[in-house]
Design a protein around this ligand. Structure first.
Ligand code: FES
Length: 183
């Protein structure tokens, strides 16, 4: 397997080709916050909480570390003021379900209006049901602030006996609303 060498937050790391920046950082003991990522599911790149700054060939750009693969010679920064600003905004958007991160990033209120106040729409349950269970019983309906979790009524019975997505739920919403949504 070909190895690539990169630098993350000043630390030189060597990882296998195909390793994401998120995985490389983790291997190097560097913590990057995530929401829509699970080691059990395919990379998704939806929430952007794992945003990092990549410098390659003299040019710098932002990328989602859970989907961006490590490359030889790139320099990555995971905790700049700009990145913290982006994360703060995402935390506000997902308010109030990310209490620990909100504390870490000094977010005490949100400027955004929320309909869905508890589920943070990370999509882990939806993807688990599709990728692992091959059932597609849980899905998102609506757009923007109206986006919410829904279940295919004909499959609700299966969910009542499964509940495997519960351990992936990042807000606890699906667990507390289980009876209500799955019957
Ligand atoms: S964890 Fe990378 S985009 Fe969500």
């Amino acid at each position: 397997m070909k190895m690539v060498t990169l630098r993350i937050d000043g630390k030189e790391l060597q990882v296998e080709e195909g390793t994401t920046i998120l995985e490389a950082a983790k291997a190097g003991g560097i913590d990057i916050p995530t929401l829509c990522h699970s080691d059990r599911l395919k990379p998704y790149g939806a929430c952007r909480l794992c945003m990092i700054e990549v410098t390659k060939g003299g040019r710098t750009h932002l990328a989602a570390s859970c989907v961006y693969e490590a490359e030889d010679g790139i320099v990555v920064r995971t905790d700049t003021e700009q990145i913290r600003g982006i994360r703060r905004m995402i935390i506000e958007l997902l308010w109030p379900s990310l209490t620990d991160l909100a504390k870490e990033y000094g977010v005490t209120a949100s400027r955004f209006w929320h309909k869905n106040t508890e589920c943070n729409l990370c999509g882990l349950c939806v993807r688990y049901c599709s990728e692992i269970k091959k059932l597609d019983a849980v899905f998102f309906k609506g757009r923007g602030v109206d986006r919410e979790l829904a279940i295919v009524p004909e499959l609700a019975k299966e969910c009542a006996f499964c509940h495997e997505c519960h351990e992936l739920c990042t807000s606890g919403w699906i667990v507390t609303h289980s009876d209500q949504i799955f019957g």
